[in-house]
Design a protein around this ligand. Structure first.
Ligand code: SF4
Ligand code: SF4
Length: 450
């Protein structure tokens, strides 16, 4: 029987080029949020690559504390990838390493239960219904305040749920104020017709598929609704196939590669059936996972080609809107700051498009956020499973946000919205984390575009 270490070697057979290029230069160390805080080589990308290699070469047991602890402590933020001169595909290696770690030592029961729920749409709907009730009744917010800190997982989970509610956007930036300085991103001309794309090489896809997601659909339906309206206002008809499933991001990040593959196959079939040229995703983590389907199913005889074809069609919402030009809505006289989701910036390499989306809103003042490229500590389930470290990373993010004196922080991923939102809630900051499309939608609504 194969040991897990051999299994990792097997998983990487033919792909040793993924692990070998690391030249141990250490340029990735300052970009790594865990290394910066722990000052332990084993909590750096280079150290984790050493550990993976040690497992592959049979020098350490994957059940050993050293491998388990440091692989588990990785945020999976992939900030180490763009700074690596050797092009090490750390994110892919981490997924294999997690799969090996989990095979050697099973995860806590609540993680296994949660991942199982995400694979069963009926159970997912029930959990989301209950979550929405907890949120709407105020019990989630109350629980977050009264539950002792030592029950971190429950306390943080309830705070994140409470923070997902939104509600302040309608009041944001209604009153005209002095024009923002050059940091301002909104041109003064307000209303425009549908952008003319005749001079562009590409033809606007009239019909696009939309991933509704599971947390996004369950807790952020308003973001999906805003996405549909904004796409329509810009000339795209969005279809959301009813047979689609969870993207599988949480599964692959948690070492359940088979679970992730099963979900990927469902989504591939769903979007093939929808007959769309483009699949739009408004959640950074889901977009990164779907752009990884080709890699995930590369060894699947039936699905490899189909996965590669779908991967080509995946775009972030900001990419498609900016690529074809956006209509302008009414002014929003507010000061906001933008936090880049790791899985949009580092995993997908999408940096400018969300900022362009915000720049299209007249009079919106966008102030730079210090450390915007660093993870917020949410990282899927990390925010609730890694109490102290996630809090430390999240706390630095909240400090930076408060320093900007922004009236809202904008970020395009539900996990980040919830984790940052919970941090702001605990500080009593009175400001929310919102999705960029919510601001564009509000600007269109005020401008009478609907
Ligand atoms: S930057 Fe790349 S090559 Fe250098 S140590 Fe980090 S992973 Fe290895
Ligand atoms: S993914 Fe993030 S936390 Fe993990 S090693 Fe890379 S930079 Fe560090």
């Amino acid at each position: 029987m194969n040991s897990p270490g051999v299994a990792l070697a097997d998983a990487l057979s033919g792909k040793r080029d993924l692990l070998l290029p690391c030249v141990h230069c250490g340029l990735c160390l300052p970009a790594c949020p865990t290394y910066v805080r722990m000052h332990d080589e084993n909590d750096s990308p280079r150290g984790r690559l050493y550990l993976m290699r040690a497992v592959v070469e049979g020098r350490i047991d994957p059940a050993a504390d050293a491998f388990q602890t440091h692989i588990d402590r990785c945020l999976g933020c992939r900030a180490c990838e763009p700074v690596c001169p050797a092009g090490v595909e750390y994110g892919t290696l981490l997924e294999y390493a997690r799969a090996v770690a989990v095979a050697a030592r099973p995860q806590p029961w609540f993680i296994r239960t949660l991942l199982g729920v995400f694979q069963r749409p009926g159970r997912m709907r029930t959990v989301m219904r209950l979550s929405r009730w907890l949120r709407a009744s105020g019990l989630a917010g109350l629980g977050a305040w009264i539950i002792p800190r030592r029950w971190h997982t429950l306390r943080m989970g309830l705070a994140m749920l409470s923070a997902s509610g939104g509600g302040k956007l309608r009041r944001l930036g209604r009153r005209r104020r002095a024009a923002p300085t050059e940091a301002s991103v909104g041109p003064p001309d307000a209303y425009s017709a549908l952008p003319d794309t005749d001079d562009k090489d590409e033809v606007r896809p009239a019909r696009v598929g939309l991933l509704s997601g599971c947390v996004q659909a369950g807790l952020f339906e308003r973001v999906n609704d805003a996405t549909g309206r904004v796409l329509k206002a810009n000339g795209f008809a969005a279809v959301t196939p009813s047979t689609q499933a969870c993207c599988g991001a949480l599964h692959s990040h948690s070492g359940d590669l088979e679970g992730a593959r099963a979900l990927a196959r469902v989504n591939i079939a769903a979007f093939e059936g929808a007959d769309v040229e483009t699949v739009v995703v408004n959640a950074a983590g889901c977009g990164a996972a779907m752009k990884g389907y080709a890699q995930l199913l590369a060894d699947d005889a039936e699905y490899a080609t189909r996965a590669a074809a779908i991967t080509e069609k995946i775009v972030d919402l900001s990419e498609i809107l900016v690529r074809y030009g956006m209509r302008k809505g009414a002014p929003i006289w507010a000061r906001v700051t933008y936090d880049a989701p790791c899985h949009l910036l580092h995993a997908q390499g999408v940096a400018e498009a969300p900022l362009e989306m915000l720049r299209s809103i007249p009079q919106l003042e966008l102030v730079e956020l210090k450390g915007s490229a660093e993870c917020c500590g949410g990282a899927g389930l990390y925010g609730i499973t890694h109490g102290e470290l996630a809090q430390s990373i999240g706390s630095d993010k909240v400090d930076a946000i408060l320093e900007t004196k922004a009236e809202a922080v904008v970020t395009g991923n539900p996990g980040c919205m919830m984790h940052i939102g919970a941090g702001l809630l605990f500080r009593g900051a009175g400001i929310e984390a919102i999705h960029p499309v919510e601001l564009v939608d509000e600007s269109y609504r005020r401008g009478g575009l609907y």
